[in-house]
Design a protein around this ligand. Sequence first.
Ligand code: UDP
Ligand code: MG
Length: 154
Amino acid sequence: MAIERTFIAVKPDGVKRGLIGEVLKRFEMRGYKIIGLKMLQVTPEQAAAHYAEHVGKPFYDGLVKFITAAPVVAIALEGEDVVAQARRIMGATDPNKAEIGTIRADFGQAMNRNIVHGSDSVESANRELAIYFKSEELMSGAKNSFDYVIESLL
Ligand code: UDP
Ligand code: MG
């Protein structure tokens, strides 16, 4: 399977509840590489670009208000089939329907307080990564690969 990248965000509810480390741990323990990481306050422009597909839906205004209200942690992950696998680790959108053991089932409180975001396709991932990260902020590729740096130091 192909090496992919995906965009994950710990949403304001996850940050406020002290779940940044928990979310990162779940992806790291599955072996995915964190290639980008930052805390930021999402701007209305970023939120509109991120959630463009949901414009006009009943939950849209609340979603944009929520995601821009307080800091989020933006995470870029890299690994084999990581887009779909990260969605499995997160669980279904509604925490009450998510499999036990997923992030959303274990910590989510409601559909609109479900702790994490994760891209739903490779195409979405590339689009979303570009909203939150400059290309030079992603520590990947031949130039700044962790593996290369570590190997050359040992
Ligand atoms: N959402 C909501 N009510 C809904 C559907 C979605 O509050 O009825 C929120 C929820 O926080 C979700 C986000 O909008 O994570 C984006 O919705 P999407 O259908 O893309 O779900 P996801 O890809 O996050 O599982
Ligand atoms: Mg989605």
